[in-house]
Design a protein around this ligand. Structure first.
Ligand code: NAD
Length: 461
């Protein structure tokens, strides 16, 4: 009889080898974390002598390559992770290329007076260790790389193991951009097979001066107990409120667009909706007109059993279904339809409302008044202080909700993605640091202030 463990060891080794072959010639991608750390540390020393103009040339090239290869990366990302939509992932890459700030984000401060001149400059931390998620794998690598190298840093990534190939494709792209613009080798590095062990080596290495984590609560907690300067971009569960002063047709269309974007993977996407009773029917009809499928009765309970798993009376996500197309959920229920989003009516405490699902399923809760809507929305956001959205023309209500929910991103009368610069003003980022307070990170978040003083001189008044 053949030993099962032996077979599974062979299968594992074949899979690992396929992975290694897949990213054999990728620039900046190393066999071990130790090698990656050594290479990136050398690169950082070289990078110190580069001018800001040279940094900008490298970033311009990364932007160009990202636009050129956006479709390729979108396809690879969906293929490897089995999550999201190719067309939306193309837009995400374009957003990163066009709206991630570069060196213009760094603003030195000057103070002059009777006692001379003092200059405060935004200096690099050095080598930054970054942990990236499976939901925006290449987008986060490119966005982090642009901001971090704009700030004069070098970067070592430990990507999510389930998205290592696409993340490492992005590491290679960034290096190709850097080299084409005359930059140093291995300024941005990663490992072929990222694991918890490689992550630990990176976090503990004295060569790494700052840590950045984009992901769920586990990784943020781990990073914040590392003893190093850390930026934590954690989970969200963004509510959206619709009141009776809103343009209901527009609200319906905006919510379907935002909530279904990349199959609800973005941490900022609308994940539960609270609507005033008086406009609920109109909103639901509007959402159906905008491409949502209304699920009712026992089918909602059946969908719950597909999307979530119950353990000790608590619900969690069924990971197999994260970021899948709405049509696949419906197919599982025996329904043949291909909408962008599934909507259903639930009560406030339904797991669809309380759990961050990252699936194209939007629960809708009817409420009697705005006070109840705000109270329930704040509760559903779970104190993440990440993102919240509202459709209303009443300024007092907009303000009341913003004050109560205290989120990093607050979008009024637009799809959620307006909050990261898609159809809204402001820059983009895929690392939204609520827990540690940097907000929508950019080059300046990855710098440290240094003061340079010259007493008695060098001012002209
Ligand atoms: P995840 O938490 O499973 O993984 C994120 C990264 O952390 C991966 O590289 C993973 O390997 C690592 N990791 C996970 N747990 C760890 C632990 N205990 N110790 C060390 N490393 C650990 O997240 P995901 O499923 O890839 O992404 C989705 C989650 O990330 C959602 O909760 C979403 O809201 C959040 N997210 C937040 C932002 C933001 O900007 N705030 C952006 C994207 C995603």
């Amino acid at each position: 009889m053949v030993d099962e463990k032996y077979i599974s060891r062979i299968v594992e080794s074949v899979i690992q080898n396929i992975d290694v072959v897949a990213d054999k010639n990728l620039k900046g991608v190393f066999d071990t974390m130790e090698e990656a750390l050594e290479a990136v540390s050398k690169a950082y020393v070289q990078y110190k002598s580069y001018t800001v103009e040279q940094r900008e040339k490298m970033i311009a090239e990364i932007r160009r390559l990202t636009l050129e290869e956006a479709e390729e990366m979108a396809k690879l990302g969906v293929e490897e992770t089995g999550m999201g939509r190719v067309s939306d992932k193309i837009i995400k890459h374009q957003l990163v290329a066009n709206k991630t700030p570069g060196t213009e984000d760094l603003e030195p401060k000057v103070k002059t007076g009777d006692q001379g001149l003092t200059l405060v400059e935004m200096a690099p931390f050095g080598v930054i260790g970054s942990i990236t998620p499976s939901t925006n794998p290449s987008e986060t690598v490119i966005c982090n790389s642009i901001g971090m190298i704009a700030g004069g840093n070098a970067v070592v990534f430990n990507p999510h193991p389930n998205a290592k190939n696409i993340a490492n494709y992005a590491v290679d792209l960034v290096n190709r951009g850097i080299l084409a613009a005359g930059g140093p080798e291995n300024l941005v590095v990663s490992v072929k097979n990222p694991t918890m062990e490689t992550s630990n080596i990176m976090v503990k290495s004295p060569l790494v001066r700052m840590l950045v984590a984009t992901g769920g609560p586990g990784v943020v907690k781990m990073l914040l107990s590392s003893g190093k300067k850390a930026i934590g971009a954690g989970a969200g569960n963004p509510p959206v409120i619709v009141d009776d002063t809103a343009d209901i047709e527009k609200a319906a269309s905006d919510i379907v667009k935002g909530s279904s974007f990349d199959n609800n993977l973005p941490c900022i996407a609308e994940k539960e909706c609270f609507v005033l009773n008086s406009v609920a029917d109109e909103l639901i009809a509007g959402m159906q007109k905008s491409g949502a499928y209304l699920l009712k009765g026992a089918d909602v309970d059946r969908l719950l059993k597909v999307a979530l798993v119950e353990k000790d009376g608590k619900f969690g996500i069924n990971k197999k279904w994260v970021g899948k197309d709405a049509r696949l959920f419906l197919k599982e229920l025996g329904i043949d339809a291909d909408p962008r989003l599934i909507i259903c009516e639930t009560d406030e405490m339904h797991p669809f409302v309380q759990v961050e699902m990252m699936m194209p399923i939007l629960p809708i809760v009817r409420v009697a008044n705005i006070e109840d809507a705000i109270m329930m929305a704040v509760k559903a956001e779970h104190g993440n202080r990440h993102s919240a959205h509202i459709h209303s023309k009443n300024v007092d209500r907009l303000t009341a909700f913003a004050r109560a929910v205290e989120t990093t991103i607050f979008v009024k009368n637009a799809p959620s993605y307006a909050g990261i610069g898609a159809g809204g003003e402001g820059h983009t980022t895929f690392t939204i640091a609520g827990p540690t307070g940097e907000g929508l990170t950019s080059a300046r978040s990855f710098t440290r202030q240094r003061r340079c003083v010259m007493a008695d001189g060098l001012h002209i008044v």
